[in-house]
Design a protein around this ligand. Structure first.
Ligand code: DLL
Length: 434
């Protein structure tokens, strides 16, 4: 598979670190005079831009959090005047105000390059046709992927999310070869194709690039089997740039290469904030070192994973992050046991007749937390004896207890009773009052 930017993506470690330091210093110098928030933060910490003499010195700087971005809503974190901003996106903001992010023309070029690199890593070339089912709009998925596809020189079908039957017809007629979208929506697409009597074997896909939400290895296996393609995980967040912060390579599909010439990545202990060594699991923290409009220093993502510096057979030297397992704020604490929805997903998908349409409902009854796992099963299975189904439910419940240490009531529900999303799936309904 070809590498889009061979110089930067295969650069030896010392080269990457030298570039990171130079770019970090330039970023710090600039935001100290252009973003009052950062000037105040650095002054309070007693740090001047000239104090950043090595990459380790980054650790002396305080973190930036979602709350800081909310306090500076909508534009106060921008490091350039509004006349230089050419695009605005925003995160969904399920709680409170959304996070608003801006891009200069150069930022859009950078982002398009990172997405072009991502496509190449997933095996795409200018000859490919990309069916982009990420939502277009304030969400960064649709447009981020779109401009990357064009930068690569591929043909992009800007189909967005929704109107699912029409998407299947487009797939049959336009013959796309690369599919992009959230894994939960792609699974729904597969389900609708099935209802329409369309077999993905007869379509033309070779790769899928899926992300924007956590998905387990078992979910990958199911998507690859159903869709007859190789599925790569892509990661990103609005605050850092959007999709294209990291991506798996076609060769290994094992860990996502972080584009380290643009972002410095750290893993911290979410409780103490202490930086953890490679291989330890903790919260991802990113510093952008090339963005003009919205530079960000040590942003706490709340995403949980670990870093792997081992060389990769694809030739890229950029460090890999493991598939994120979830977010610290998605982590459920059920009677003292920590559990992520993606861990439950892994257990559910060990059973063949189960589909990864599931929802976790948490309640507090008589001061005790209860977890109910609602999951859809095969139509055919639903007509089985109640007793058989109850035995299966009990078996899965035992597996969850054994693997994750948490007690859960497993409840089979009829196919298509769990709401389908066109973007990110809602996996948890927490009815507890805190
Ligand atoms: O989800 C950007 C994106 C678009 C990424 C398309 C990949 C593909 P936000 O809406 O700001 O941006 O949400 C960012 O989504 O902090 C993670 O919690 C989650 N997330 C994104 N990618 C992955 C992934 C986009 N591959 C938040 N695995 C992040 C797990 C992911 N979680």
């Amino acid at each position: 598979m070809s590498i889009y930017n061979i110089n930067f993506e295969t650069m030896p470690r010392e080269g990457i670190e030298a570039i990171q330091l130079k770019r970090l210093q330039a970023t710090i110098e600039r935001i100290y005079v252009t973003v009052p928030f950062y000037k105040k933060v650095f002054d309070t910490a007693g740090i001047k831009p000239a104090d950043i003499k090595s990459l380790e010195d980054l650790q002396r700087l305080p973190f930036t959090t979602k709350l800081d971005l909310r306090d500076n809503y909508p534009y106060d974190m921008f490091a350039v005047p509004m006349e230089n901003i050419v695009r605005i996106h925003a995160s969904s903001g399920t709680t409170g105000k959304p996070t608003v992010v801006g891009y200069t023309k150069r930022d859009l070029d950078t982002w398009a390059e990172l997405m072009a690199r991502s496509f190449a890593a997933a095996g795409a070339t200018s000859g490919d046709i990309i069916h982009n089912a990420f939502g277009y709009g304030l969400f960064t998925g649709g447009l981020g992927v779109h401009y990357g596809a064009e930068k690569l020189g591929a043909s992009v079908i800007p189909v967005s999310g929704g109107n699912t039957k029409r998407q299947i017809t487009i797939m049959q007629d336009f013959k796309p070869t690369i599919l992009t979208g959230t894994p939960s929506y792609i699974l729904h697409l597969a389900e609708v194709a099935d209802e329409m009597g369309v077999d993905f074997k007869d379509l033309h896909f070779k790769s899928g690039i899926f992300g924007a939400e956590p998905w387990s290895e078992n979910m990958r296996a199911e998507l690859e089997e159903k869709l007859h393609l190789k599925a790569m995980d892509i990661y990103g967040l609005s605050e850092v740039i959007g999709p294209g912060v990291s991506i798996e390579c076609y060769e290994e599909q094992k860990g996502l290469h972080v584009f380290e010439d643009h972002f410095i990545v750290e893993i911290i202990d979410p409780e103490s904030g202490e930086v953890l060594p490679y291989g330890e699991t903790g919260e991802l923290v990113f510093t952008s070192i090339t963005k003009e409009a919205f530079p960000i220093i040590r942003y706490r993502t709340k995403d949980i994973t670990r870093l792997n510096p081992e060389p990769c057979t694809c030739g890229r030297t950029h460090i890999r992050m493991n598939k994120p397992s979830g977010r610290t704020d998605d982590m459920l604490i059920i009677r003292g046991v920590n559990v992520f929805p993606s861990q439950i997903e892994s257990v559910l998908m060990e059973t063949k007749q189960i589909h990864p349409h599931y929802q976790l409902v948490v309640d507090r009854i008589n001061n005790l937390d209860t977890l109910t796992v609602k999951v859809e099963i095969d139509e055919a299975l639903f007509s089985d004896e109640i007793k058989t189904l109850q035995t299966m439910e009990q078996k899965i419940s035992n597996d969850i207890k054994e693997y994750l240490g948490v007690s859960a009531k497993v409840m089979f529900v009829e196919p298509k009773t769990i709401t389908r999303s066109e973007g990110k799936a809602v996996r948890v309904i927490d009815n507890r009052k805190f």
